[in-house]
Write a protein of this length. Structure first.
Length: 519
């Protein structure tokens, strides 16, 4: 650790090094200072030796996460990172709460373009905490010193390694320090800018349209005051939405119908909140929502109305050199009681306006870069057609990987293509355009009749496996949730959006039909 800190400090005084070792925050910043050179010398060279440590736990609010069926299997979504093994000198260390079935690992390794599975397997290390509890995966690791020692040993040369996570919290910072490798993710000290309140402040600074409302609300009384002010400005408003600052996938939201509330005295509004509020998360009571809202704070926003309304998103990255990359645009597929829960995505976004999302997304990225944000993030919109044009309301920023990250990574790794900002299309090196339709919520109770091997057999029998020669076909994820939850993820890749959706529907119909067959 001392040698690493010396390298990172690059000539700093001895007392600065002592401070770094005594102060975890200083030590973490010293670790992160290694990323720019690592990015210049290793990331850009496909033959450079490196180790990527993937710890895919969902370090998110456990109370809201508990509402997500099969949440512990969501660690498997980052198995797309195994595609990095296409780089011949790259080692991947993949850590999970529970062991992943060998047939699932074999399935992903079979997708590697141009790399023998045996060669890739020699460079893959799988570790598990054998702990299915809802506790953070990083915290589980930190509590197991012998497992942590095996992980350190598997890394090899820490000077060419980095840590990749789904979301970064203090647990991931502590893990990076324990492993002595930098964390390629946003510093959790900047998490405010990825919450609902911070997002609204960024949007105003960047000059984006956003729903009317208020942020940094601490409790329902503050929300009632914000509602009173909003109704004074818009007495015909039909509904508003309350959002927990750190909620995700829409499960931290609740809708409030406003019938008859315009003109009501302010002291009547807290009671209306508690009696009328409709939490989006399945099974969540208003009292529970209020407790979480008071714990973390949140925002109140006018509901964006419109006859023709869509929910696109943009995905970007700020690399360790401070360069901004526009990665993709998507249409989000939404569900839940009021259409606020993320179910999947269609890539790319609607060609009517996909290019129009680029400028506001880049403006937000510039504002985030000025605050020191690093890594991938996404920006969600609600878009309403007004006459011949679309108006895009910025809704939230997610400073982490998300539901649109992992299917896109799979497409990119499988095809070595990229998103073209000029045309808002994905192009392979041969100039072929590709699209996909993806969901992590392919659910049918009858799917519990399948085990992972059954799914692989069906893929082979019906020729649904991804075809590397055509660079089209199906890729499954969340396979481990199949038998227990009847749940599966699927990415359908094709030459156009219509064909991608058709491939998805064909696969679902096949699974539904086969699942009904009696044993």
């Amino acid at each position: 650790m001392i040698d690493r800190c010396k390298q990172a400090a690059s000539g700093s005084a001895g007392d600065d090094l002592a401070d770094a070792l005594a102060d975890p925050r200083t030590a973490f910043l010293a670790l992160q200072a290694r990323l720019p050179e690592l990015f210049r010398s290793v990331f850009s060279d496909r033959l450079a030796p490196r180790t990527v440590v993937v710890v895919p736990g969902l370090s998110l609010d456990p109370e809201v996460l508990a509402k997500v069926h099969g949440a512990r299997h969501y660690e498997e979504r980052m198995l797309a990172m195994l595609m990095l093994l296409r780089l011949p000198n790259t080692r991947v260390v993949f850590v999970t709460s529970e062991p992943i079935a060998p047939v699932i690992i074999d399935y992903y390794l079979s997708l590697l373009p141009g790399v023998p599975s045996a060669h890739a397997r020699q460079r893959l290390v799988l570790l598990s905490t054998h702990d299915a509890s809802p506790e953070s995966l990083s915290r589980k690791l930190l509590k197991r010193p012998r497992l942590l020692a095996r992980l350190r040993s598997a890394i090899g040369d820490a000077a060419t390694a980095h840590l990749s996570v789904f979301s970064a919290t203090d647990d991931e910072v502590a893990l990076a320090l324990a492993l002595d490798i930098p964390l390629y993710a946003c510093d959790p000290k900047l998490a405010y800018w990825g919450g609902k309140s911070g997002s609204r402040r960024i949007f105003r600074e960047a000059g984006l349209d956003l729903p009317q409302g208020s942020e940094d609300l601490k409790d329902f009384d503050a929300a009632a005051e914000a509602l009173h002010q909003l109704l004074a400005e818009q007495p015909t408003l039909r509904r508003v939405v309350l959002k927990m600052d750190q909620g995700f996938s829409g499960d931290g939201n609740a809708v409030l119908p406003l019938d008859g509330l315009a003109g009501q005295p302010i002291d009547a509004l807290p009671r209306a909140l508690r009696s009328r509020l409709e939490p989006e998360a399945e099974g969540m009571s208003v009292a529970h929502f209020e407790a979480l809202f008071e714990r973390d704070g949140g925002v109140l926003e006018a509901w964006v109305e419109g006859e023709h309304k869509q929910t696109p998103s943009a995905q970007l990255r700020i690399n360790p050199l401070g360069e901004i990359e526009l990665i993709s645009t998507h249409e989000q597929i939404m569900g839940g009681q009021s259409g606020q829960v993320f179910l999947g995505s269609s890539f790319p976004a609607d060609p009517d306006y996909a290019c129009d999302l680029h400028a506001p997304a880049m403006a937000v990225a510039v504002a985030l870069r000025e605050r020191g944000v690093l890594g991938r993030f996404s920006l969600d919109f609600v878009s309403v057609k007004e006459g011949p044009r679309w108006r895009h309301y910025a809704i939230e920023i997610n400073l982490r990987k998300g539901g649109t990250t992992l299917p896109y990574q799979m497409l990119q790794f499988l095809t070595n293509g990229r998103y073209c900002g000029e045309s808002a299309r994905f192009l392979t090196p041969t100039g072929t355009s590709l699209c996909y339709y993806a969901s992590d919520n392919l659910v049918n109770p009858d799917y519990r009749r399948f085990v992972p091997q059954d799914l692989i057999d069906l893929l082979v029998e019906h020729e649904l496996h991804f075809d590397d020669t055509r660079q089209q076909g199906l890729v499954f994820n969340l396979i481990g949730a199949l038998s227990e939850y009847g749940k599966l993820g699927l990415v359908s890749i094709a030459a156009d959006s219509k064909a991608a959706r058709a491939g998805f529907d064909t696969a679902r119909a096949l699974l539904d039909r086969e699942a009904r067959v009696e044993a």
